[in-house]
Design a binder for this molecule. Sequence first.
Ligand code: CU
Length: 314
Amino acid sequence: MRGMKLFLSIALFVAFTLGVVAFSSVADAKTVKVKLTSKEIDWKYDNAGSITRAFTFDGQIPGPVVRVTEGDTVDFILTNDKSNKNSHSMDFHAARVNVLSEFAPIKPGKTKKFKFKATKPGIFFYHCGASPMQEHISRGMFGVIIVDPKNDTRPKADREYVLVQSEVYENPETLQEAPFKHVVFNGRAFRYDPVHDPKASGNMLVAKPGERVRIYFANAGPHEFSAFHPIAGIWENVYISGNPKNELTGVQTYTVGPGDASTFDLISPVEGGNALVTHSLKGALTGGIAVIVFKNELTAEEEKLGKNGNLVVK
Ligand SMILES: [Cu+2]
């Protein structure tokens, strides 16, 4: 009898221990609540202050950077603000779900929820897929989700920036016959380029020589390809879709199609600057240029850029 009791206690102890072990390996993966609201607003798409009606996530272009770790579950809530005129939706490229249910549009005033597990690491585009999709995207309804690898084999980045390329059209609701007016990075022509546009606010990307700068780059399109190139630099590494397993080395230009994204590492051995461009030059010269400045001495404000989640330069 005593032997049986001892056996049961050991069995319970073993079961409990195994249970705890199993639980803690699952507990590494988190559930991350992400709540975004679609907002239709007026948006300045150039440094002169020209206004267009924009469709956005949370009133900004690009929308908020969503960041999770491989294996996490994203518990997503989309609210379509009741003051809007259009239906909107969410399409996360990091998700594998049912397009007809999860990605379906909702009317103004409505809310919808869905969950997905972020199983592949990398940088993924997200966007509204409501019809006409080319209008919702060219009006600014997009952003990126970063899925950090569980075991990152890459060198650690010293600074991280997000750039999203897109096109601005005169009549975005049509399938455009007319060419785009501008290619823009982060929603505004020459936003970080006082060289080509003296009206630019003066904010640029910054880093110190020798620092590894990781640029999370997405091309929202909706139509044009990006030939992403650092003028006066060479991409140290390109990680296709941002997955550490898809590593390229010493790359001059890497093409990112509409709806795609990749991670670009840049290291400058010297002080000075690089111009990050789409080398499809009509795109660059209508606004698709961002300057990154390399200098040994950064101001206190500059030192904060690209660090601690400060990925989108204002
Ligand atoms: Cu939309």
